[in-house]
Design a protein around this ligand. Structure first.
Ligand SMILES: [Zn+2]
Length: 157
């Protein structure tokens, strides 16, 4: 298949924008941290600051995840495979790619993946009767699981 040069350029542009957003948020986060440590006399303010920081951190994390996804989408475009669902092989509608350019699965498969993540999150939060049975269902291929595992680990930091 031919390289999807146009798509690669577009994805790379979005990736650059996303990286800039991450930088900007990190600066914002830095600015939030400094005044909070200087004035710890007002606990309500401190709580608000912590809340604000939490929001920025989760935003940074989701943008970092998006960057990884974009890099993966760029690799696929290089192979001429961008816009084709990685799990079931159907063509992803252009409207979906317009809204979520980093996506590499169709809406159906994305739903299945999310379902799998949710179940594993419930499983992870319930460490006492931790069982490995969910991963044995084999609905998704190993590669997708590995990607999602990385994302989950990031959230624990
Ligand atoms: Zn699919």
């Amino acid at each position: 298949m031919r390289k999807q040069t146009k798509q690669m350029e577009r994805l790379e542009q979005i990736r650059q924008h996303t990286l800039q957003d991450i930088e900007r948020l990190k600066e914002e986060l830095q600015a939030e941290i400094e005044p909070a440590s200087a004035t710890d006399d007002d606990s309500a303010d401190v709580a608000a600051d912590i809340y604000e920081r939490g929001k920025i951190i989760s935003l940074i994390k989701s943008l970092e995840t998006k960057t990884h996804s974009l890099e993966h989408a760029i690799e696929l475009a290089a192979k001429g495979m961008y816009g084709i669902c990685e799990m079931c092989g159907v063509r992803i509608p252009p409207e979906r790619l317009e809204i979520m350019p980093e996506t590499t699965v169709c809406v159906n498969c994305a739903g299945k993946l999310e379902e799998g993540i949710r179940r594993r999150q419930i499983q992870m939060s319930d460490q006492d009767d931790y069982e490995d049975h969910l991963s044995e269902e084999g609905e998704y291929d190993e590669e997708d699981y590995e990607d999602e595992d990385e994302d989950l680990e990031d959230e624990d930091l």
